[in-house]
Design a protein around this ligand. Structure first.
Ligand SMILES: [Zn+2]
Length: 377
């Protein structure tokens, strides 16, 4: 049971950790913002991460991702691994062919967030983009975890890895990834953290991995992205193009609708939310160029009390207006990281989300992890 500092209301769906209820966040931004800001800054400072978007007046304007940092001399970007030394922008690996991250072979069927349409699970896209019409058992996804992120999600499910960007390890090279391609790999998924802040690295890695797959004569080799969508739009287009060409899926985690709620949960500012929506619009505009497997899958984590009916209504209306066929996956929240004082997403909340999405015209709506659902509200 949490209490809202501003209105005094208590409820199981109010997080004491956030400190403010969703209504006050949306309706009383002037008073809510300093509380929310303080929360994000404190968490990041404790981890050694750059606390806020750097905005040095004569700084280096980094355009690698969509955060829009202006990085002062000998300072780091929001991602905390890009450094401006006064001459050029470098990463803390000091080598454009190495990043901070790791990869592993994930046996099919994986727990891909696009599970209802994933070619490795469903055979969708066979024969051009899937090895068999009923999944790819015995084969593997190359799961590439990129260390570092350009958001600050309070419910981050990979928070143990948040300091990878500060520690500068483990190192992951393009050569490692090229060598990882073999006759048993059918797809690659870049996730993290987020691939966005590593855009130039992952785009070059992708180009070379595809070339290796061609050398090996692989019949299918899909390039997928699991991302928050906060990319430089020009570089994002290149990433999407690889998915278009290889039968891969762009999986965007769309976290909220109101910029105020987005900020509370993830630290994204209003201009970032606009950019994320624009990037979603871009992939959606290509959706009809290839129907199977679908190019775009949207997921949303149903954070109790915060990703509420208002948010779900606006988000699903927006996606339906782009294309009602876009698959939409609702994910159940479980207490984690900074949001351990909220319950699991309830069955009622999930059912309401599905109902709203369908009412707004979406035709392909799914529940991602039903077994996590609870009955607390
Ligand atoms: Zn309140």
């Amino acid at each position: 049971m949490g209490k809202c500092i501003l209105c005094g209301r208590t409820a199981v769906t109010i997080s004491g950790s956030i400190g403010v209820c969703s209504e006050c966040i949306r309706s009383n931004w002037r008073r809510a913002y300093p509380i929310l800001r303080d929360k994000h800054v404190r968490i990041r400072e404790n981890l050694g991460l750059t606390p806020e978007t750097p905005s040095a007046s004569n700084g280096f304007k980094c355009t690698i991702c969509g955060r829009g940092c202006s990085i002062g001399v000998n300072s780091k970007g929001y991602c905390s691994f890009r450094v401006y030394d006064g001459v050029s922008l470098k990463t803390i690996t000091n080598d454009p062919r190495s990043a901070i991250g790791l990869y592993y072979y994930d046996p099919h069927p994986t727990n891909c967030v696009a599970f209802p349409v994933c070619p490795a699970i469903t055979g969708k896209g066979y024969p051009e983009y899937a090895l068999t019409p009923h999944g790819e058992k015995g084969y593997y996804n190359i799961a590439v975890f990129m260390g570092g992120c350009n958001l600050d999600c309070l419910y981050c499910q990979n928070w143990e890895y948040r300091t990878m960007s500060v520690r500068g390890k483990p190192l992951l090279t393009i050569n490692d990834l090229v060598k990882a391609v073999n006759e048993y790999t059918t797809c690659v998924c870049f996730f993290g953290g987020d691939p966005g802040p590593w855009s130039t690295f992952v785009l070059e890695a992708t180009r070379e991995m595809i070339r290796r797959a061609e050398e090996l004569g692989l019949k299918v080799f899909r390039i997928c992205w699991e991302t928050n969508g906060l990319w430089n739009p020009l570089l994002f287009k290149k990433a999407v193009k690889y998915s278009v060409e290889t039968g891969g899926i762009v999986k965007i985690d769309f976290k909220a609708w109101s910029p105020e709620i987005y900020y509370a949960l993830t630290g994204a500012e209003a201009r970032h939310v606009e950019l994320i929506k624009k990037n979603i619009e871009y992939v959606a505009s290509l959706f009809n160029t290839r129907r199977e497997p679908p190019l775009l899958v949207i997921s949303t984590l149903l954070v109790p009390g915060y990703v509420d009916e208002y948010e779900i209504d606006r988000m699903t209306k927006f996606i339906a207006s782009l294309n009602p066929e876009i698959p939409y996956v609702f994910l159940a929240f479980h207490p984690d990281y900074e949001l351990v004082d909220l319950p699991r997403t309830s069955h009622r909340h999930m059912e309401k989300a599905i109902e709203i999405a369908k009412r707004n015209g979406l035709k392909n709506v799914y529940i991602g992890n039903e077994w996590l659902l609870g009955y607390d509200y």
